[in-house]
Design a binder for this molecule. Structure first.
Ligand code: SF4
Ligand code: SF4
Length: 370
């Protein structure tokens, strides 16, 4: 039986700290020993304030850091942001300020170690600090994700792929979400975080995970020693079938979801949570994928009034599908692999998804017949 512990919570630090200490004691108090090197991995996708609900809240990071210090461990806060400098993310997220005076180190994931994660990916490079930590504490945010539906415990560890290796992997996984989900699960297996605590106090709904998503007060913390079990518990709370989140499906395929998942602790619920508009998955023979992608799957589109022509999306796009002419962003939908990285990294929330007309028709027909 894999247990997931739920707590009703707010960011009021006094009560949050108690809740986090209780949660961590329940989940694995004995894990942290004198001088254990503990890497804390929040979601630090890109610079954003806590009100945007894009990143793990600074009070959650602080509570976990204080717990580790209290147990004699050494704390290192690490991630590899998709956009913006690590320092800028620490500052805008409020983490630098919140943790002032605590004896923690901040270190961006920069060096990788190559490990063999098996077929079909074989060798992949993962942040050395994440692999070599005595204990890695994974601190995801509860957010929607235009490509993967949600970004939770397993997906948060994609941040342990260093810098521009991330878009390269998006490109290799291509438009096939199951392949990308399999990659995420393999990364999770390689890192084996000892604990995962999900910040679902101020979550993100709608067209996440970047600034196109909307903050949503949910008021929960979930913790588990098993990130897959935690992701399954979130699906249950959202009334989703477990396998709708493809990382769960792939985890089951890899034998990581054999035990039943028990949700214990406070009684919690999530109401009226808006999921992102998801495209139908690619099906049919491989030669037809380009056609299907072009005509059925949502494409990124620009809200011109919000674009500041900063070029971040163009620099990050793994497929080279974005160009900029006379300060106007253009998409090459033939090249675009629908990874939606551009939505993640746009600092001004100027990108959305849009479904082509044929895709809408097919989705309607499929909905009616299901
Ligand atoms: S345009 Fe956006 S969705 Fe398309 S490949 Fe580039 S980053 Fe991915
Ligand atoms: S869409 Fe966003 S990331 Fe791209 S140029 Fe405009 S503001 Fe910058």
């Amino acid at each position: 039986m894999s247990s997931v512990v739920a707590k009703q919570a707010t960011y009021d630090y006094r009560s949050l700290k108690n809740q986090l200490f209780e949660l961590l004691d329940t989940l694995g108090g004995g894990l942290i020993r004198e001088n254990s090197r503990v890497v804390v991995k929040p979601n630090l996708l890109a610079p954003a304030s806590p009100q945007r609900a894009m990143l793990t809240h600074p009070m959650v990071v602080k509570g976990v850091a204080e717990y580790v210090l209290d147990r004699g461990g050494k704390v290192q806060i690490s991630d590899s942001p998709a956009m913006g400098t690590f320092e800028k993310v620490l500052k805008e997220s409020g983490i630098r300020e919140a943790l002032k005076g605590l004896k923690v180190t901040y270190k961006e994931f920069k060096e990788s170690t190559t490990i063999d994660v098996g077929e079909p990916f074989k060798k992949i490079e993962i942040a050395r600090d994440a692999l070599e930590a005595d204990v890695l504490i994974n601190l995801p945010k509860l957010k929607t994700h235009s490509q993967m539906l949600l970004t939770l415990g397993v997906k948060n560890l994609f941040g342990c792929i260093v810098g521009f290796r991330k878009p390269q992997w998006h490109l290799r996984a291509g438009v096939d979400r199951e392949v990308f989900a399999a990659l995420l699960v393999r990364i999770y297996q390689a890192i084996q975080p000892k604990l995962t605590i999900l910040d679902g106090i101020l979550a993100m709904e709608g067209e996440g995970p970047g600034k196109g998503g909307q903050p949503k007060e949910v008021g929960i913390l979930l913790g588990s020693a098993d990130a897959v079990a935690l992701d399954v518990a979130v699906c249950r709370l959202l009334n989703l079938a477990e396998d709708e989140l493809l990382t769960n499906k792939m985890a089951r395929t890899f034998g990581l979801l054999d035990d039943p998942v028990a949700l214990i602790g406070d009684r919690v619920e999530i109401r009226d949570f808006k999921l992102p508009m998801m495209a139908s998955v690619v099906f049919g023979p491989r030669f037809s994928h380009a056609f299907l992608r072009k005509h059925l799957i949502q494409r990124p589109y620009l809200e011109e009034s919000l674009c500041k022509s900063c070029g971040d999306c163009q620099r990050y796009c793994p497929a080279g599908a974005i160009s900029c002419r006379r300060k106007k962003i253009n998409f090459d939908y033939e090249k675009c692999i629908r990874c939606y990285c551009c939505l993640e990294v746009c600092p001004h929330g100027a990108l959305r998804t849009h479904q082509p007309i044929l895709g809408k028709v097919v989705a309607n027909v499929m909905n009616r017949s299901s």
